[in-house]
Write a protein that binds this ligand. Structure first.
Ligand SMILES: [Zn+2]
Length: 309
C-alpha cells in the first residue's frame, strides 16, 4: 500500500510538473508570437510565414545593392568627365552625347541605345550604345530596306558599351562610332531570310560553314547604297572582306540603276589592313562629329596586334 500510495502521489506530482512545464511553454510561445507580431508591425508589413519574410529580405538586399551600385555607376561617369578639357565639361557639351578618343582607345558619354524594332534586331542590348548619329543612321537604313525589300530586318551586333571603353572581342568599338552589321542572307533555296547569326561567306557568296546559306547580294547592295546616300551620319567607312567587296561592286556595275553608285561605294568599302577579314559582317564607322574634333580622334591608335574589328 505504502508503495502504491507513494507511487500514486509521485505520479500526481509528475503530472503537475508536466502541466506546469506545458504552461510555461505556452506562455513562452505566446510571448514569442507577440514579439514576432510586433517586429512585423515595426517594419510596417503585416506579413506572415517564412516565405514572405524571406521575400522581404530579398527585396531589402536588392535595395541595398542598388544603393551601393548606383553611385558607383554615376561615379564612373564622373570619373570619365574629369578626363575632358574644361570646355567640354560645361554646357552645351555637358548635355550632349560625346565621343572621346580613338575608336580603339576611347570612351563615350550620354550615348544613345539602339533598340530592337520591326526593322532592327539588336543582338546584345548591353552593347548597343553609340553616338546618336550612328544609331539614327542604322534606324534609317534598316527602315528603308525593310520597306523596299519587304519584311527585311537588320541584325545588329556589337556597337559599344554604355560608357564605351574596351569591349570583349573587339579592338575598336570603344567610342560609340563603330557598329557590326550581319549580312542579309538567303536560305539554301535562294529565299531571303532574317539573319539569326553572323555567317561567313566566300567570294562566290557561299556560306563557309557548309550550312547552305547564301550571301544576299541584292539586299546587301541595297544596304551599301543606302549608306552611300546617307550623308547625314558622316559615315567614314565600311569594312568588309575584299572578295565580298568585289562581289557587291560587280553586282552594281552590271545594273543600270546602280552603276552611278559604284565609285562612291568603292571608296566607302574597304578591308582594313592588319585585321580580321570581315567576311561575316559589315563594320561601319562614322567620322568624328564636327563640334567634337578636339576630343574625338578620327584614326585608330597604332597597335602591334591589329587595330580594327
Ligand atoms: Zn566590328
Amino acid at each position: 500500500m505504502r508503495t502504491a500510495s507513494a507511487g500514486a502521489s509521485s505520479s500526481a506530482q509528475r503530472e503537475r510538473a508536466h502541466e506546469s512545464r506545458l504552461r510555461r511553454f505556452e506562455i513562452k510561445r505566446s510571448a514569442e508570437n507577440q514579439e514576432r507580431f510586433a517586429r512585423r508591425n515595426v517594419l510596417g508589413f503585416r506579413v506572415g510565414g517564412e516565405v514572405r519574410r524571406s521575400s522581404l529580405l530579398v527585396l531589402l538586399s536588392v535595395f541595398a545593392l542598388l544603393a551601393v551600385s548606383l553611385p558607383a555607376l554615376a561615379g564612373k561617369r564622373e570619373e570619365l568627365e574629369k578626363k575632358l578639357p574644361p570646355k567640354f565639361r560645361k554646357s552645351p557639351y555637358s548635355l550632349m552625347s560625346l565621343t572621346v578618343g580613338h575608336p580603339n582607345d576611347g570612351f563615350q558619354l550620354r550615348a544613345k541605345r539602339l533598340k530592337s524594332s520591326k526593322y532592327v534586331r539588336v543582338r546584345s542590348s548591353k552593347h548597343a550604345y553609340g553616338h546618336p548619329a550612328l544609331i539614327l543612321m542604322l534606324k534609317r537604313t534598316a527602315k528603308q530596306i525593310g520597306r523596299y525589300a519587304h519584311g527585311s530586318r537588320l541584325l545588329v551586333g556589337d556597337i559599344s558599351a554604355k560608357n564605351g571603353g574596351h569591349l570583349s572581342g573587339h579592338a575598336s568599338h570603344q567610342s560609340g562610332r563603330d557598329a557590326d552589321i550581319a549580312f542579309y542572307q538567303l536560305d539554301s533555296k535562294g529565299r531571303p531570310i532574317d539573319a539569326k547569326r553572323m555567317v561567313a561567306f566566300d567570294g562566290n557568296g557561299k556560306a563557309k560553314d557548309g550550312s547552305g546559306l547564301e550571301f544576299d547580294t541584292y539586299r546587301n547592295w541595297l544596304l551599301v547604297k543606302s549608306w552611300v546616300d546617307d550623308t547625314r551620319a558622316g559615315l567614314s567607312h565600311v569594312f568588309v572582306s575584299t572578295p565580298l567587296r568585289k562581289r557587291l561592286l560587280d553586282f552594281a556595275r552590271h545594273d543600270k540603276r546602280y552603276k552611278s553608285y559604284v565609285s562612291k561605294a568603292a571608296v566607302l568599302l574597304k578591308q582594313p589592313a592588319n585585321s580580321s577579314a570581315h567576311d561575316d559582317h559589315f563594320h561601319v564607322r562614322i567620322s568624328c562629329p564636327k563640334r567634337q574634333k578636339e576630343i574625338c580622334k578620327e584614326q585608330s591608335k597604332r597597335r602591334a596586334d591589329g587595330d580594327e574589328g
